[in-house]
Design a protein around this ligand. Structure first.
Ligand SMILES: [Zn+2]
Length: 352
C-alpha cells in the first residue's frame, strides 16, 4: 500500500539528475521497510554509480532486513557497463523484494535485469507509477525506442502573434518575453543535450544559445545553415561551448565542428540521425519560423512550448499556430507559457 507513495519519492530523486544524468536515464532508488525509508540514492551522471548502488551504499554494510523492499523507477541493469550489473548487487545484498515502475528498453537490459532477479527467487513487481516514470524519462525512452532525439520546439510570440519584427533594425533581438521567462528558458536549455537553430536566426538575432541564468550543463549548440548565411563573427562560433554546424560546403572561416549536408539531402533526417549517433537524447529547437515549420509540418516533435509576451509588434513574421488547445498553461511574470505534448497523456505532463 506504500508502493505508489515511495515510487513517487524515487521519481523525485531521479529528477535531481535532470541536468546531469543524460545520456543515461534519470533513476532514483529507495530502500524501505513497512513504508519507512531506510536509504535513498539517485544516478548523478554517466560513469557515476547507478541509483541502486548509491542507495545500498547509503544503507551501509549491515544486513538488509528480510522484509525490506527496494524501489527503483527503472529496471535494474543486468549488463556490465562502466559499472557492474545492479541486479547482481541487489541479489548479493540479500534484497528479497524489488518494485520497479517499468522495464528498461535499452537493448542490453530489456527485461534481463528483472529475469535475473526473479531467477534468484526475488519478488519483482512492475508497473507502479509507470506513466509518471515514463514521462520523467521521456527523452531516454524516445531515443532508445524511436532511434531519434526527443524533440522540443520552443518559440516566443507577441500577444498579437508575431515571432519578430521586420524589416529588422539591424542585428539584435527585439524583446518579447520577460526576465522571468528567460530564467525558465535557460533551465529548459540546461535540461536538453542540444539546442538547434536555423541559419536565419543566427543571422538575424545572433543568439549565444548558452545557459547563463541558471546553474547547469551547456548543451551542444547546433546550427543548420546550408546557405552559408551565418557570419563567422556570430556568437555561436565564439568557441566557448561545443558547437556543430550542418553546412552544404566546408566553412574555413568558422572554427567549429562541421557536418557536410548536401543540398539534396533531407536536412532534418541527416541532423536527427547525426545527433542520435552521438548519443544525444534530446534537442530543443529554438527557431526560426522556417525551421520550426519544417518540424511541425512533418509532425516531428514531442513537445511544443510557447511563451506569449505582453508586447505587440503590429507586423512581422507570424508565429506558427497550433491546431489544438495546449495541455498545460502557466503564467510566468507577465508571460503566458503553454505546453503541447505528443504521445503522452497530458495528465502525465505534470512537470516541466
Ligand atoms: Zn545499474
Amino acid at each position: 500500500m506504500h508502493d505508489a507513495h515511495i515510487m513517487e519519492r524515487c521519481l523525485q530523486l531521479a529528477r535531481l539528475g535532470a541536468a546531469s544524468a543524460a545520456p543515461n536515464p534519470m533513476v532514483g532508488a529507495v530502500l524501505a521497510r513497512h513504508g519507512t525509508i531506510l536509504a535513498e540514492g539517485w544516478h548523478h551522471a554517466a560513469g557515476r554509480p547507478h541509483a541502486e548502488v548509491e542507495c545500498l551504499n547509503a544503507f551501509g554494510d549491515g544486513p538488509v532486513p528480510e522484509d525490506a523492499v527496494l524501489y527503483v523507477n527503472l529496471e535494474p541493469c543486468a549488463h556490465q557497463g562502466r559499472t557492474p550489473p545492479c541486479a547482481d548487487l541487489v541479489i548479493a545484498r540479500g534484497v528479497r523484494h524489488v518494485v520497479v515502475a517499468h522495464a528498461d528498453p535499452f537493448p542490453q537490459v530489456a527485461g534481463r535485469g528483472i529475469e535475473r532477479l526473479r531467477a534468484s527467487g526475488l519478488r519483482v513487481d512492475v508497473g507502479v507509477r509507470e506513466a509518471e516514470a515514463r514521462w520523467t524519462n521521456r527523452r531516454f525512452l524516445t531515443s532508445v525506442e524511436q532511434g531519434r532525439p526527443y524533440i522540443v520546439l520552443k518559440w516566443a510570440r507577441t500577444s498579437d502573434g508575431f515571432l519578430d519584427r521586420h524589416p529588422r533594425e539591424g542585428r539584435g533581438v527585439h524583446r518579447i518575453s520577460s526576465a522571468a521567462s528567460d530564467v525558465l528558458v535557460h533551465r529548459w536549455r540546461s535540461e536538453e543535450q542540444a539546442i538547434l537553430v536555423g541559419g536565419r536566426t543566427v543571422e538575424n538575432d545572433d543568439p549565444a544559445l548558452t545557459v547563463r541564468h541558471v546553474e547547469g550543463r551547456q548543451p551542444l549548440r547546433v546550427v543548420l545553415d546550408r546557405a552559408d548565411r551565418t557570419p563567422a563573427a556570430s556568437l555561436v562560433y565564439d568557441g566557448s561551448v561545443p558547437t556543430l554546424l550542418f553546412t552544404a560546403h566546408p566553412r574555413t572561416d568558422v572554427r567549429v565542428e562541421q557536418v557536410i549536408t548536401p543540398l539534396d539531402a533531407d536536412p532534418l533526417n541527416t541532423l536527427l540521425g547525426e545527433l542520435h549517433r552521438r548519443n544525444i537524447r534530446s534537442v530543443l529547437v529554438e527557431g526560426g519560423a522556417t525551421l520550426l515549420g519544417h518540424f511541425l509540418r512533418r509532425g516531428l516533435w514531442d513537445e511544443v512550448r510557447v511563451i506569449t509576451g505582453a508586447v505587440t509588434f503590429g507586423a512581422g513574421t507570424p508565429a506558427p499556430s497550433m491546431p489544438q488547445a495546449p495541455a498545460r498553461c502557466i503564467r510566468v511574470g507577465n508571460d503566458r507559457v503553454e505546453l503541447w505534448v505528443h504521445g503522452h497523456n497530458p495528465e502525465d505532463a505534470w512537470c516541466w
